[in-house]
Write a protein that binds this ligand. Structure first.
Ligand SMILES: [Fe+2]
Ligand SMILES: [Fe+2]
Length: 169
């Protein structure tokens, strides 16, 4: 199967999610110097590819993975007044999988396995591991995609420095 066919198939599986007005709000949220929308599409696509290679229900994985970070309000700059354990629970890294699950259930039909992919994707930061293989795929792919995004963002200053160095020489 050529790459174009994979993209087309992925689009038919998650097209209704990607074009949904609520999901489109992810375009306004920054994530590792990238948009959260792009991040979600990347995690959805690569999870779909991995699930396909493993002979799993790739349609289910594609949809669950695409919805894994479905929160529409930016957390950066939000003030928290709570303290102790409550404060930790409210921290974005811990709270956003639950928010994503609430939104996913509100706007789309998701099953128990997809709920697991969404709510457990921050493992091991959130201590309960995924119960199903799809959840393990999403948590691994999310970390790979996020690392790649961070590396590219971090490379930009190096690129700028290089051009300054070239100008100076
Ligand atoms: Fe996340
Ligand atoms: Fe993510």
């Amino acid at each position: 199967m050529e790459a174009k066919k994979y993209y087309e198939e992925f689009e038919t599986i998650v097209g209704d999610i990607l074009t949904h007005s609520e999901f489109q709000k992810l375009k306004n949220i920054e994530h590792h110097g990238n948009g959260l929308y792009e991040h979600s599409v990347a995690v959805g696509y690569y999870s779909y590819r991995v699930a396909k290679v493993l002979g799993m229900d790739y349609k289910s994985v594609a949809r669950g993975a695409t919805l894994h970070d479905f929160f529409t309000e930016s957390w950066q700059g939000q003030k928290k007044n709570s303290k102790g354990i409550k404060r930790i629970k409210e921290m974005h890294g811990f709270s956003h999988p639950k928010t994503a699950l609430i939104n996913a259930e509100k706007y789309f039909d998701i099953d128990e396995r997809q709920a697991d992919m969404i709510v457990k994707h921050m493992f091991p930061l959130t201590p309960i591991p995924p119960m199903h293989m799809g959840g393990w795929i999403v948590t691994a792919v999310d970390k790979c995609v996020a690392t790649r995004e961070l590396v590219f963002v971090n490379m930009r200053p190096i690129e700028r420095l290089k051009s300054l160095i070239l100008k100076a020489s």
